[in-house]
Ligand binder design. Structure first.
Ligand SMILES: [Zn+2]
Length: 941
């Protein structure tokens, strides 16, 4: 892990996706490198497995509310209208009851039987006019009102009554019997009131039940045809390979056809859902930058457009030629052409490399030999301190060789034969490019063109130093403990001097001088290196600085100057003429290229996003986001947090005190969703980009106006406290947990398809929900758990709980450590990827629990069109799998296996789901299948 320290992991990283650290963050934080650009991959065709079993519909998460098919019968039918019943007449007096149609009675069986009995009693069985069976058993006939019957000149009323219908006089009464009316008056009155109340209650209950029934039937039976649902359905359907058994390889089941549907046009070596979202951002920013901008826009927004225009103005770039290079070489105290090409200068040449190293850092924000960073003290975030170690900040200016991937074009031990050959070719190509650039440049900026032999030698020197430094700084980090040595500067010096002395060299390195020159003229900072100002060096990099000191001391000054001249020149080379840019592109093709170059307009857009992400966000974000979307995402996060909290409360492996502290940390964890609210405030955004001048025709100058602010701003913060605030641009398609802030950041750029706005909550929870859960769980992974609720690195768990936790992690280390990729003979590093794997596993689980709670609260959702045969549980997991669809070439995969703390995406899906019994249940995966293996499931969170 060759980073400017584990800090990058500890405070800035922990992102959801691998290799996505492009996006030049705000000018107040350390620059992050643009995405690597190397040749595009051809994704291996998915294996077709015929034994696919169709997904089985599993029972809904909760039962739909039960509503009887005909609520009328039970609740309303036999309406007891006694209140209006006419006076009773003794039924005994009725001997001839001749009119059959009056027998319109309610339909429950009991009633029918009772009424039948009743009529049989009052009517002679032989009565010729009545067909009781026919009348009484006919269905769907209700007695909803009184029926008048005339018998022997008397009028009777037939009423219905609550079950059972009593063969009582009340049901067949003489209409005009006044005496009975008076006699029963009070009883009727009371009964009437009671019944009226009952009717009202029953009616309300009926309405509620009806509404619930309609809602439930709507939710569970309808198909969602919103634009979002249709888009999600199409995207998922076209990416899935239904010929694959989901229990064999869920990644292929979900993503098997993704590459066909998302052809990589060659701009990315690693093309995934994250890049597709990134492209959407780029294109909307491009449209915005091309639009007319009135003066009403904040100045930085208009400046972003100027930066774009200046990048597009190749005519002016050609006209300016190499003036920019000359100017900035001068600023960093380097000659226009290095003294290496002046043979007479070689003998006694002296070169102050520290002065230039500092100048490069301050002017170009670039670490060259030494990495330096001012950031929150890992042990006490209320103050900032100085960190030193391997170089980790490359210059933000566009350059063809920037990625860590490409820095690896160096000779290394333990590489496969095939790769060694490739490395050699790359080295040759690199040297050829160096030579061509030197020749072309010297023609233009110096009167003398060095001879070929000298240029050859220069290319060799440059290559050797480049590869030596790469090797020196290639430290494979396993420092999960994040231990830092706090050095007094003199201690560091004597450590270095010892090492240099052992190598029989005389030291050219004074660390005190390096740091002192660095902080020269920095406002509000007076260093006290003898007592209070320590240098923090990561444990694993403690040897780097002494080794570097020895290395630098072993190199002739003339070489050092040549190398630093080259690095500086090369950093600016793409910001000069079209001719030079073409030359570099052509010559560097064998070791860097994408197979296809993007249009300049898109490249320029990406550059503007990297430099002025906050300003362009002003132009592209949905202005209603804060009111409409943000609260929903916050609710989702809070649902997931609640699920996590519930989980923690039930944990058996954690003691009570640690549990309490864990709950407190969860509560204290803050989130930054979408974009900073001040983004829409013209005054604040102008203040944010204060002191920057831009013109629409000075590309290099424009970029440098910003780059030159980075380091001084950071150095000035040494005596300040790092704010808990936004530390990435809203335009970044990623999410973060900043351990030292105990915060989660979810930029608006990731709140898009295929992560969010998917039409159904089940999809949203499966996708962005699992990412939110991932970031939340990071706070409690093997590294995050070491930071307390305030973001300070300290022990806040009990020893016993730590021990149990560590033991439990072994399950994950073993599980992932056994994974390999068929095309590469290399296994996943279960230890290095542990934190990410814990976050993936916990994240998915909590998102799932949170979703279940949502269903409990709101009921089942509609179906996704084309997915009616899939249960909502299954859809949840499909949505989760789909966010990790990608095409990746062998080189990138290999690089990822060797360096990244994230597993290859396919294994992130498989590994996580193998541990999910909910998944196995949803897809009915037989025990022993690949996705439901016969072993203990790993689970911590
Ligand atoms: Zn992560």
């Amino acid at each position: 892990m060759n980073l400017l320290f584990v800090l990058a992991v500890m405070m800035v990283a922990a992102e959801a996706a691998p290799g996505l650290d492009f996006g030049f963050p705000s000018i107040h934080s350390a620059p992050i490198f643009p995405a690597p650009v190397i040749p595009s991959p051809i994704f291996p065709a998915p294996t077709i497995i015929k034994s696919f079993s169709a997904p089985v519909i599993s029972p809904p998460l909760i039962k739909a509310p039960i509503v009887a098919p005909s609520p009328f019968i039970k609740t309303i039918a036999p309406v007891p209208v006694i209140k209006h019943v006419a006076p009773a007449t003794s039924y005994a007096s009725i001997t001839h009851y001749a009119v059959s149609p009056v027998v319109k009675l309610s339909v429950t069986r009991d009633q029918r039987m009772t009424v039948k009995r009743f009529y049989n009693k009052i009517l002679p069985a032989h009565h010729q006019y009545v067909d009781l069976n026919k009348v009484l058993w006919s269905k769907n006939r209700y007695l909803t009102k009184m029926e008048n019957v005339t018998e022997n000149g008397k009028i009777y009323t037939v009423m219905s009554k609550e079950t059972p219908v009593s063969p009582d006089l009340h049901n067949l009464v003489g209409v005009k019997s006044r005496s009975t009316v008076y006699k029963k008056k009070d009883v009727y009155k009371r009964l009437s009131i009671v019944l009226a109340i009952l009717i009202v209650i029953l009616f309300i209950a009926f309405i509620i039940a009806l509404a619930e029934y309609i809602r439930a039937s709507k939710m569970s039976k309808t198909i969602c045809v919103s634009e979002e649902c249709i888009r999600s359905a199409a995207n998922l359907k076209l990416s899935m390979d239904l010929s694959v058994n989901p229990c064999d390889d869920f990644y292929k089941f979900t993503c098997g056809r993704w590459s066909n549907e998302h052809p990589n046009h060659g701009w990315y070596p690693h093309f995934s859902s994250f890049e597709t979202a990134d492209e959407k951002v780029a294109i909307s920013v491009l449209e915005f930058l091309k639009s007319n901008m009135s003066n009403k826009y904040p100045l930085p927004v208009r400046q972003a457009k100027d930066l774009y225009l200046s990048c597009m103005d190749t005519a002016t770039l050609d006209k300016l030629g190499y003036n920019g290079i000359i100017k900035y070489l001068h600023e960093v105290k380097l000659p226009v052409m290095p003294n290496f090409f002046n043979k007479t200068a070689h003998a006694d040449f002296k070169f102050d490399w520290i002065k230039v190293e500092v100048a490069l850092k301050k002017t170009f924000a670039m670490d060259n030999f030494i990495g330096l960073l001012v950031d929150a003290d890992i042990y006490n975030r209320s103050r900032n301190v100085i960190y030193m170690g391997t170089p980790d900040s490359p210059c933000p200016l566009p350059s063809p060789v920037k990625s860590k991937n490409n820095q690896k074009i160096a000779r290394r031990n333990n590489v496969e034969e095939k790769d060694l050959e490739k490395e050699k070719l790359k080295a040759e190509a690199y040297k050829r490019m160096v030579k061509e650039v030197i020749k072309r440049l010297s023609l233009n900026i110096s009167s003398k063109v060095p001879n070929d032999l000298l240029v050859d030698e220069a290319a060799n020197v440059i290559w050797n130093i480049t590869s030596d430094l790469t090797e020196l700084a290639d430290i494979n980090s396993t420092n999960n403990d994040l231990q830092f040595y706090k050095f007094k500067i003199d201690e560091l010096q004597s450590l270095s001097d010892d090492y240099v002395g052992k190598n029989n060299l005389s030291s050219k390195v004074s660390w005190r001088r390096y740091v002192t020159v660095m902080f020269d003229n920095v406002a509000n900072v007076t260093l006290d290196l003898n007592s209070t100002d320590y240098i923090y060096v990561p444990l694993e990099e403690v040897n780097y600085l002494p080794e570097l000191a020895a290395y630098v001391s072993s190199i002739p000054d003339i070489y050092l100057e040549l190398y630093m001249w080259w690095i500086t020149t090369y950093t600016m080379i793409l910001s000069t003429t079209t001719e030079m840019a073409d030359l570099v592109a052509r010559e560097s093709e064998p070791f860097v290229t994408s197979t296809t170059y993007r249009s300049r307009s898109l490249d320029c857009t990406s550059l503007v996003i990297n430099f002025m992400g906050v300003a362009v966000s002003y132009g592209i974000v949905d202005k209603t986001f804060t009111q409409s979307i943000k609260p929903k995402v916050e609710t989702m996060l809070s649902d997931i947090k609640s699920a996590f909290i519930e989980r923690v409360k039930r944990l058996k492996w954690m003691d009570k005190e640690t549990k309490q502290a864990t709950l407190e940390k969860t509560k204290e964890m803050i989130s930054f969703i979408g974009f900073p609210e001040w983004l829409m405030d013209k005054e604040i955004i102008e203040q944010y980009y204060t002191n920057i001048t831009m013109r629409n025709d000075t590309f290099l100058e424009n970029m440098m106006a910003m780059v030159k602010l980075f380091t001084p701003t950071q150095l000035e913060s040494l005596r300040e406290e790092t704010e808990r605030t936004w530390k990435t641009d809203p335009t970044t398609v990623n999410a973060y947990n900043y351990f030292s802030d105990n915060s989660i950041t979810v930029p608006i750029a990731i709140l898009t398809q295929p992560f969010y706005h998917l039409g159904l909550e089940v999809l949203n929870y499966g996708a962005i929900g699992s990412i939110l859960g991932h970031e939340l769980t990071h706070g409690f992974d093997n590294i995050g758990r070491r930071f307390d609720k305030f973001g300070n690195y300290k022990q806040w768990w009990s020893n016993a709980t730590i021990e149990t936790f560590e033991n439990k992690t072994q399950c994950f280390i073993n599980q992932y450590g056994n994974f390999s990729i068929p095309t590469i003979e290399q296994k996943v590093d279960g230890q290095r990827t542990l934190g990410e794997n814990l976050a993936d596993n916990g994240g998915l689980h909590h998102a799932y629990l949170a979703y279940k709670n949502v269903v409990k609260k709101n009921g089942e959702e509609s179906k996704l069109p084309g997915f009616q045969n899939f249960s909502s549980k299954q859809l949840f997991f499909i949505a989760f799998g789909s966010i990790w669809c990608e095409s990746i070439d062998r080189d990138s995969l290999k690089f990822q296996l060797e360096n990244d703390e994230h597993c290859p995406s396919s294994l992130r899906v498989i590994g996580t789901l193998q541990n999910s019994h909910e998944f196995a249940e949803a897809f009915k995966c037989p025990l022993g299948s690949n996705m439901n293996p016969k072993r203990e499931r790993c689970r911590i969170w």
